[in-house]
Ligand binder design. Structure first.
Ligand code: ASP
Length: 501
């Protein structure tokens, strides 16, 4: 019998769509808490559902050091709060007191809090395996391809030219993205459209989760100094992408200065190594339909679509901005540089879109980005492997745009009128912050703290947008990686035309 063979790209797309449906069918009950506590030296399990509120208290030798009340349907915030409290107070007694109309239940010494399970959470490990495999490949791939890529540019002049062009394009597109975000936020004014009841609802988010926020400062000098790592192995262990990129570029560049006999051994070896790694990516991608399915089902089940409604206008502003930037800014650049239409381009890079959407990480997507650039966009490896890892690390147009909108949204929410100078400061800070943002999920939100600080917008505002951050993270990551590929295609066009002349 002839087996029906569905193209892998279609399979991945089907995985994504089925994942969304599956997540909607098996949502996580946010009003149920499953946990472990110790009683008379023994660990016990408990499940409490349908409570009206939960009071979490942290006791140190019977005196209260922290106490916080959570409303119903807040499992996600409770887990985050619990995990942070446990980390900060490993030896203290964490106490739960559940209230409902009829009675009160109390538990001492909570040791573990389990997220509520549904079919969508049970299959989540499949998604985690997929994301882990990609992340595992990302760092060796950045290191090998970037070294080979920079060494194969042939001479320091080409290296400098391509590097400088990439840098200029990366920064210029981020500035445009931010301008779009800021203008849209000024026009739509999402922060003014929030009703009092919604304000009350979202301000229940425990903002003291961010007590450390004030200690996060974006210091440009510290940031620049930190790129020059003193231990490349520690940087690799810590997945410090900027430091790894710096080392790889330095190493690759130095290969141009040593005798050919030496440099050849190293580049041949690293080239072979990166071939193997790219083959590994291909194999991992065979598993993508299942991985994507599992990742998306869990995210949708966990996060629910309904939360979007509370901050609808803010979400619309960010999404509209990402759309305009992707279709128009990138569309124009592509048309001018490569004469191709953005829609054809998107069709070719659809795997990159799906993987970045479901992993929310430019770094985890990087192996797929490089593979797609070589195979689908026919960008030679020496350019793809030089420009893309650099882009994945420093070029985050989607993140910048989102940070711009978020900062203005929060300012509007608190009734602040931002001056032109403050808005320009937001743009400048967000460009820097998007360079410094690590290409992994959720970091854009943390970097936003520095931006808010620079213009005096209340940091508590982070608590307001926390609930919808995940979906926006998925979407902004798509824009981030698309930007990398657009710049890589443009550079390829510029230099291949030059070389053919
Ligand atoms: N998740 C984004 C990325 O990896 C970074 C962020 O905006 O949080 O590109």
């Amino acid at each position: 019998m002839k087996r029906l063979k569905i193209d892998i790209h279609i399979q991945i797309l089907i995985g994504l769509l089925l994942g969304i449906i599956f997540g909607l069918l098996f949502p996580i009950n946010q009003n149920k808490v499953t946990f472990e506590y110790t009683y008379q030296g023994k660990t016990q399990n408990a499940i409490v559902s349908n409570y009206d509120s939960l009071n979490i208290t942290i006791l140190q030798q019977n005196s209260i050091i922290l106490s916080k009340v959570f409303k119903q349907n807040s499992q996600k915030t409770i887990i985050t709060y619990f995990e942070k409290s446990k980390k900060d107070n490993p030896d203290n007694n964490i106490h739960f007191k559940f209230y409902n109309k009829k009675n009160i239940h109390e538990y001492n010494n909570i040791v573990k809090l389990e997220p509520q399970k549904t079919l969508a959470t049970i299959i989540k490990p499949l998604g985690t395996i997929f994301i882990n495999l990609l992340t595992m490949l990302a760092i060796p791939l950045v290191l090998t391809t970037l070294i080979v890529g920079s060494a194969s540019l042939g001479d320091t002049k080409t290296f400098g030219k391509i590097g400088a062009t990439a840098l200029v394009l990366y920064i210029a597109t981020t500035v445009v993205a931010l301008a779009i975000g800021v203008v849209l936020a000024d026009l739509i004014k999402p922060g003014l459209a929030i009703s009092q009841s919604t304000k009350d609802l979202i301000s229940l988010t425990p903002v003291d989760l961010l007590t450390n926020a004030s200690s996060i400062k974006f210091d440009i000098f510290e940031f620049l100094t930190s790129i020059f790592t003193k231990n490349i192995f520690a940087s690799m262990v810590g997945a410090e992408m900027l430091q790894i990129v710096f080392f790889a570029l330095f190493f690759g560049l130095t290969l141009l200065f040593v005798p050919k006999a030496d440099s050849e051994i190293i580049t041949n070896f690293l080239n072979a190594l990166s071939n193997v790694l790219i083959k590994m990516v291909e194999l991992v991608m065979k598993f993508a339909p299942i991985g994507v399915f599992a990742l998306i089902s869990f995210t949708i089940a966990d996060f629910g679509i309904s939360i979007l409604q509370t901050l609808l206008l803010y979400v619309i502003t960010v999404v509209l901005g990402l759309f305009i930037h992707t279709i128009f800014t990138y569309g124009i650049i592509l048309k001018i540089a490569t004469k191709t239409s953005i829609f054809k381009f998107i069709k070719k890079i659809q795997d990159v879109w799906i993987v970045s959407f479901s992993t929310s990480s430019s770094a985890a997507t990087l192996p797929v980005t490089i593979e797609t650039a070589e195979k689908k966009l026919k960008i030679p490896r020496k350019i793809a492997s030089f420009v893309l890892p650099l882009g994945a690390t420093i070029n985050m147009d989607g993140t910048g745009l989102y940070q711009g909108v978020a900062a203005i949204f929060i300012a509007q929410f608190y009734g602040m009128d931002l001056s032109i100078v403050q808005q320009l400061t937001i743009i400048l800070m967000a460009v820097l912050a998007s360079i410094g943002t690590a290409p992994v999920p959720g970091v854009g939100l943390i970097m936003l703290i520095g931006i808010l600080q620079s213009v005096g917008v209340p940091l508590e505002g982070i608590g307001i947008i926390l609930g919808v951050d995940r979906i926006l993270d998925m979407l902004r990551t798509i824009t981030n990686v698309t930007g990398d590929l657009v710049v890589a295609s443009t550079i390829n066009q510029i230099y291949s035309t030059k070389n053919n002349e």
